[in-house]
Design a protein around this ligand. Structure first.
Ligand code: S3P
Length: 174
C-alpha cells in the first residue's frame, strides 16, 4: 500500500518474482473485470461506486493464498479495508515524501482520475494535503518502507533484498 506514485506496482512485481509468488494489482483486476479503465469508472459511475467496487474486490482477493497484492493508493483508507488487509496478510506501506511522489507522478498523472486535472504546481500541494488525510491508515501497515531514495530501476533491485530480509527478521523475532 502507499500513495499514488509510491512504486506499489513496480515493487510488488519485483517482490512477487523474488519470492516466486503470483502478483495481483487491484486496479488492473477491477479494469479487467469491469472492462473499463479506472478513469472511465470514475467518470461514468463516480468515486463512491469505485470505492464500493474496490472494497468488494479487496475482500475477494483477501481470500487468495500466497499472492503479492498491490492496492490502489486509496484502498486502505475506505470502509474496513485496512482491517481486512491487516487480518488476512502482511502489509507493507511504501512511504515517500510529497515532493518525491510529485516528481514520479509528473508523467503519469493523466492515468489517475484524482490527479489528471491538476497543474504541476497544484500537484504537490494536493498530494501533501491528501497524504495527511491518509497517513494514519497507511501507518497501520505491518511494515513501513521508505522509497525516497529509489530513483532508478537498479535502485529497486538493490532495495528488494533488504526489504525481504527486514520482513523475515521481524517475522522470526515475533
Ligand atoms: C487512487 C489511486 C489509484 C486508483 C484510483 C484512486 C487513490 O491507484 O486506485 O485512481 O485514491 O489514491 P494507484 O495508487 O495505483 O495509482
Amino acid at each position: 500500500m502507499g500513495y499514488m506514485g509510491a512504486g506499489k506496482t513496480t515493487m510488488g512485481k519485483k517482490l512477487a518474482s523474488a519470492l516466486s509468488l503470483d502478483f495481483i494489482d487491484i486496479d488492473i483486476f477491477i479494469e479487467t473485470r469491469y472492462k473499463k479503465t479506472i478513469n472511465q469508472i470514475f467518470e461514468e459511475l463516480g468515486e463512491k461506486k469505485f470505492r464500493e467496487i474496490e472494497n468488494s474486490v479487496l475482500k475477494e482477493i483477501s481470500e487468495f493464498d500466497n499472492v503479492i497484492v498491490s492496492t490502489g493508493g486509496g484502498t486502505p483508507c475506505f470502509f474496513d479495508n485496512i482491517d481486512v488487509m491487516n487480518q488476512t496478510g502482511l502489509t507493507i506501506y511504501l512511504e515517500a515524501t510529497p515532493s518525491a511522489l510529485a516528481k514520479r507522478l509528473h508523467k503519469s498523472k493523466e492515468k489517475r482520475p484524482l490527479l489528471k486535472d491538476k497543474t504541476d504546481e497544484e500537484l504537490v500541494d494536493y498530494i501533501r494535503i491528501n497524504l495527511e488525510k491518509r497517513v494514519d491508515y497507511y501507518n497501520q501497515a505491518h511494515f513501513i518502507f521508505n522509497t525516497d531514495n529509489i530513483l532508478t530501476k537498479e535502485d529497486i533491485d538493490s532495495y528488494i533484498e533488504p526489504l525481504i530480509k527486514n520482513i523475515e527478521q521481524t517475522i522470526n523475532r515475533d
